[in-house]
Ligand binder design. Structure first.
Ligand code: RIB
Length: 316
């Protein structure tokens, strides 16, 4: 197997056009308020992770589905411009492209409603058509905005071909042990950890306790994202907490996707787990300083400059 091919990242997941409204506060039931600003931005957890990885220098192939419409064309074009190989993205005539309705409040926190559209037409057969790519890649990255049958098929194929799997369990849903047993890296945030384990997570200690349960269900390495409090990492041989970088956050949309894409790049480059987490923390911190999903993601040189500036300490 050629070395460059083995470094390739295959992302299987969703593509959405994000409709974003900035608000001072969210309206109550039956209330009308004025928003501050509206913009559209390419998004979708799968596409975001593919885009983040490509911007950071990864060789990325994406598998997904859009509608035969203007949004679908724009979403695919945006990925191509970042260097993502998009031949694995099928176009579906029966459904429109996925869309997401997002509000961002004055604190930079978001609410998201996703209408999956064509994303929910991604089938196990679509995944099998990309088996050769999955077989020869260095890492498979999946999330949960596509049907579970597609997620399971992708992970089964990767497992069969001894390709490691990174699962970002978002949006959270109950996961079969069969799936967890084939996952090498899992990257839940606090609420996803709680939904997966039933245990409250609010700091590194509680994250380690919940992570024990995911390890006992077969996961290889848990990377629990604790927002600005960094990441708690637990495997059968390592346990550490990597503090986050404090930045002025204006929009946290896709911070987790940036983390997953950056982590994928660092891992396929052979960085150690702690180096990879620090790199992913830096990219994710930069992304929250700007608006939008893909529009907020940093490139490689910006991320390295940020890491060099903060070389003296993890948490300036
Ligand atoms: O993770 C952020 C993403 O979630 C947005 O881009 C939106 O499309 C939803 O999928």
């Amino acid at each position: 197997m050629n070395k460059d091919m083995n470094k390739q990242i295959v992302v299987v997941g969703s593509l959405n056009m994000d409709m974003v409204v900035q608000v001072d506060r969210r309206p109550g039931i039956g209330e009308t308020i004025l928003g501050r600003r509206f913009f559209t931005s390419p998004g979708g957890k799968g596409a975001n992770q593919a885009y983040a990885a490509a911007r950071l220098g990864g060789s990325v192939f994406m598998v997904g589905k859009t509608g035969a419409d203007m949004f679908g064309e724009q979403l695919i074009r945006h990925l191509k411009e970042a260097g993502v190989q998009t031949e694995g993205i099928a176009v579906c005539e029966e459904e429109s492209s996925g869309v997401a309705f997002i509000t961002i409040d004055a604190q930079g926190e978001n609410n998201i409603i996703v209408v999956p559209g064509a994303n929910h037409r991604l089938t196990a057969e679509d995944i099998r058509q990309n088996e050769a790519r999955i077989q020869s890649c260095g890492l498979l990255v999946v999330q949960l905005e596509i049907p579970m049958e597609a997620v399971l098929e992708a992970v089964r194929l990767a497992h069969h071909h001894r390709v490691p799997v990174l699962l970002d369990p978002a949006p959270a849903c109950p996961l079969p042990d069969e799936l967890l047993g084939m996952v090498h890296y899992i990257t839940p945030n606090e609420s996803e950890m709680q939904q997966l384990t039933g245990k409250k997570v609010h700091d590194p200690e509680t994250a380690f306790r919940a992570a024990e349960e995911l390890l006992s269900r077969g996961v290889g390495i848990v990377l629990a994202k604790l927002g600005e409090n960094g990441v708690a990492v637990l495997s059968r041989s390592e346990r550490f907490h990597m503090p986050g970088f404090r930045v002025n956050a204006v929009d946290t949309t896709a911070a987790g996707d940036t983390f997953a894409g950056a982590l994928a790049v660092a891992l396929t480059e052979g960085k150690s787990l702690s180096e990879a987490v620090r790199f992913a923390n830096a990219a994710s911190a930069l992304s929250v300083t700007r608006y939008g999903a893909q529009s907020s993601m940093p490139d490689r040189s910006e991320t390295e400059a940020f890491l060099n500036e903060h070389a003296g300490g993890m948490n300036p």
